[in-house]
Design a binder for this molecule. Structure first.
Ligand code: PEP
Length: 253
């Protein structure tokens, strides 16, 4: 069975000392046996990438940024480049998170620019997709996701699919305490995998889809046991030492 993937998205939380404390706790309490069946990836804020990166060096845990810009360098005030992230030791970057799409106006086309550029630079991509509540209620979930994927992956060679993880994050489940029904999420994951494999002509087994949206230590077992759920992207619960370690433990194959 493939390794499951657990990503902690710390969003705009934790000062450097707090991030260091949480990282040290994770590194010191994660069992070597857990990392044999689970890949763990931490996505702190930009200011915490360096200190967190130093702590996880040689631990097997990987470093992820929460955003990137699509140009090499230059007059882009407030943005961060792929080279800067690589320089800090990031191997991953989250792109297309709904908080950036809907609070900061990121479009599918901007997301595509970020994905294409990141892959070209050698960063691996966590590509977030998902529908809003009104779209779900109108039965448009799959149409919305197909459009996000179609535009987001425009120009991406399917040989690079090893370097992309998809994260299905229904927007109505993020930070709300409402989780998608595990069977329902698994069925959407199945449809996402089928669509991508047919549209981009790649083997379905290559497509990894994580679930994100109010995952916690109470609901992880029911989610991770679903055949189409390859791991989880965890926001709020990843800030809690005990919960995050329990999520990792429960995700062991
Ligand atoms: C997220 O930030 O991607 C997320 C899923 O957040 P939460 O777990 O808090 O819903």
């Amino acid at each position: 069975m493939a390794k499951r993937i657990i990503i902690a998205n710390w969003k705009m939380n934790l000062l450097r000392d707090e991030a260091k404390e949480l990282t040290n706790h994770i590194v010191n309490n994660i069992a070597v046996s857990d990392l044999k069946s689970v890949d763990v990836i931490l996505a702190p804020t930009f200011i915490c990438l360096e200190p967190v990166g130093e702590i996880i060096e040689n631990s097997g845990i990987e470093l992820c940024a929460q955003n990137v810009f699509w140009e090499e360098s230059g007059a882009y005030t407030g943005e961060i480049s792929a080279d800067m992230l690589l320089d800090l030791g990031c191997s991953w970057v989250i792109i297309g998170h709904s908080e950036r799409r809907y609070a900061l106006g990121e479009t599918n086309s901007m997301i595509n620019d970020k994905i294409v550029f990141s892959l070209k630079k050698g960063l691996k991509v966590v590509f977030c997709i998902g529908e809003r509540i009104e779209e779900k209620n109108q039965g448009k979930t799959l149409n919305v996701i197909k459009k996000q994927v179609e535009i987001g992956l425009n120009g991406v060679n399917n040989k690079l699919f090893d370097n992309i993880i998809f994260a299905y994050e229904p927007v109505w489940a993020i930070g709300t305490g409402i989780t998608a029904e595990p069977e329902q999420a698994s069925s959407v994951h199945g449809s996402i995998k089928k669509f991508i494999s047919e549209r981009f002509n790649c083997h379905i087994s290559k497509i990894r889809v994580l679930y994100g949206g109010s995952v916690n230590s109470d609901n992880i077992d029911s989610l991770i046991s679903q055949s189409n759920i390859d791991g989880v992207l965890v926001g709020g619960a990843s800030l809690d030492k005990k919960s995050f370690l329990e999520i990792i433990k429960s995700s062991g194959v």
